[in-house]
Design a protein around this ligand. Structure first.
Ligand SMILES: *Cc1c(COP(=O)(O)O)cnc(C)c1O
Length: 355
């Protein structure tokens, strides 16, 4: 399997650009299939069982995307008109087209976190008291690793502290764990340390784990039954979905441990960039596979910087007006990082001369 664009391009826009491995393609070819809406696809059933077990929960549900996983989970945890507490830069709030309001009928109550982590005291203070005027707060969402905070890890201890608040008020605690395995690998702990204190969660197969498609929702059986019905309502009931589940099984068996390489490469990239005049990386945030680069010291915006990198064959994404994002993933080796650093240095030099 080869990347559609030229092989000289170094693509650090996202870990979603990863292609399936040969073994995944082979597994797709050989997958035992059935109609999953009738729950007759043995490969999907196997993936869902594996995922539930791995996360220490009762049941799981395969969905086409992370965005749908979050929407289905929000709807399965709440009723229309409820208030949902989430981090102000969370993916659900920023990047999901407002589905939580437009489709789920929910009121987002954003709170600013510290490096992506919500402070339990802030959460407690944000819960709307019982009052005839107020919407009812029923759910708290966390994101792990936190994408816009730079792939930062919300530790098991931090999750436990939040769960004490949600339990006290009878709220549900949900985790957008799109990259939860990055967190587990980085802290060298079993992923269940992260899932133990949340009611339910989702994780992505299609990012660092290299699958072409798919995310998985995990939780108790009753929750997953509701989620299954809502997935159907949203048009996400799939038929021979074993072709999606087959590479997912390989991802869970074989693609988790290698995330460590991505973390090593992100660190290498980040440390190299801190040595370049005019660029700034907050190394405390480089905990997994994401690097946020502040280019404001060069007097340019991120769009200009990204365009210059692109001319030289390095792709990055736009985080904000002055921050450029790079993400490491399978297919990016140490040599690519070294070449990327050379390109970044050249561009920074060119822009410094222009100042
Ligand atoms: C990528 C991502 C999603 C959504 O996944 P899609 O498959 O792109 O819809 C949700 N949450 C987080 C934190 C993500 O990084």
């Amino acid at each position: 399997m080869t990347q559609a664009r030229g092989s000289n391009i170094i693509d650090l826009r996202s870990d979603t650009v990863t292609l399936p491995t040969e073994e995944m393609l082979e597994a797709i070819r050989n997958a035992e299939l059935g109609d999953d809406v009738y729950r007759e696809d043995p490969t999907v059933n196997r993936l869902e069982e594996m995922a539930a077990k791995k996360m220490g929960k009762e049941a799981a549900l395969l969905v086409p995307s992370g965005t749908m996983a979050n929407l289905v989970s929000l709807m399965s945890n709440t009723k229309r008109g409820d208030c949902v507490i989430l981090e102000a830069e969370s993916h659900i709030y920023w990047y999901e087209v407002g589905g939580l309001s437009a489709i789920a009928g929910l009121i987002p109550w954003p709170i600013r976190g510290h490096m992506g982590a919500l402070d339990p005291q802030d959460v407690e203070a944000a819960i709307r008291p019982k009052n005839i005027h107020f919407p009812e707060t029923t759910l708290v969402c966390i994101e792990n690793t936190h994408n816009r905070a730079g792939g930062t890890i919300i530790t098991p201890q931090q999750i436990e502290a939040l769960s004490r608040v949600t339990k006290k008020y009878g709220l549900k605690l949900y985790m957008d764990g799109a990259r939860i395995f990055n967190a587990a690998v980085a802290l060298k702990v079993d992923v269940r340390e992260f899932t133990r204190h949340v009611d339910n969660l989702m994780f992505c197969l299609s990012k660092g784990l290299s699958c072409p498609i798919g995310s998985v929702i995990v939780g108790d059986s009753e929750f997953i039954e509701r989620a299954r019905k809502i997935r159907k309502m949203l048009g996400g009931g799939m038929r021979q979905a074993g072709i999606i589940a087959a590479p997912g099984i390989i991802a869970l068996e074989k693609m988790i441990d290698r995330l460590e390489e991505d973390h090593r490469n992100a660190r290498l990239l980040a440390e190299g960039i801190t040595k370049i005049d005019g660029l700034y990386v907050d190394l405390r945030r480089v905990q997994t596979n994401i690097v946020l680069i502040d280019v404001s010291g060069l007097g340019v915006n991120s769009e200009t910087f990204i365009a210059k990198l692109r001319e030289r064959g390095l792709l990055a994404s736009n985080h904000s007006k002055t921050i450029v994002r790079m993400v490491t993933h399978r297919g990016i080796e140490k040599e690519h990082i070294e070449r990327a650093l050379t390109i970044i240095e050249e561009v920074a030099k060119e822009l410094r001369v222009k100042r």
